[in-house]
Design a protein around this ligand. Structure first.
Ligand SMILES: [Zn+2]
Length: 147
């Protein structure tokens, strides 16, 4: 996941090296959650299950071998290009302790960050409303502002 420019200063100067060590040396260029391989196109069913072409088996979103009971519709199979990123488990870019870092594919990264993203959206709306309450004249209705 790309680093936002406003957050760049939160990361250590050797972040690129730390990230590469986690993704390639420790994780072996595979997602540490679901085992999807870096920079490969993989077939998946949209629910986390994906085809591991190297091991010739389906895997779950936890990387475990699974059998697809009852088969699946070929139309349900989608392709995705996997790119690993190094995620901070506590969402703090200043905490680069190895136990706080995990090599994650886009899907696992988004799932991991979902709660944090929800909270961030709420916080942004809260801040905007607080600013509006501070600077908006309550005697002027929204209708009058629009005109
Ligand atoms: Zn993954």
């Amino acid at each position: 996941m790309p680093i936002r420019p406003e957050n760049r200063w939160l990361y250590p100067i050797d972040w690129q090296q730390i990230s590469e060590t986690v993704r390639f040396e420790r994780a072996g260029a595979r997602c540490e959650q679901c085992r999807r391989p870096h920079l490969r196109r993989v077939a998946h069913l949209g629910d986390g299950r994906w085809w591991d072409a190297d091991a010739k088996c389906w895997r779950s979103d936890r990387g475990k071998r699974v059998s697809i009971k009852g088969g699946f519709a070929l139309a349900a199979v989608r392709m995705t290009y996997v790119v690993l990123a190094c995620a901070h488990l506590d969402h703090d870019p200043g905490n680069s302790a190895p136990a706080n870092l995990k090599a994650l594919c886009q899907r696992c990264h988004l799932m991991h960050d979902a709660a944090e993203h929800r909270w961030q959206r709420w916080w942004n709306v809260f801040r905007l409303r607080a600013l509006r309450d501070l600077y908006e004249d309550p005697r002027i209705t929204r209708e009058r502002i629009r005109r």
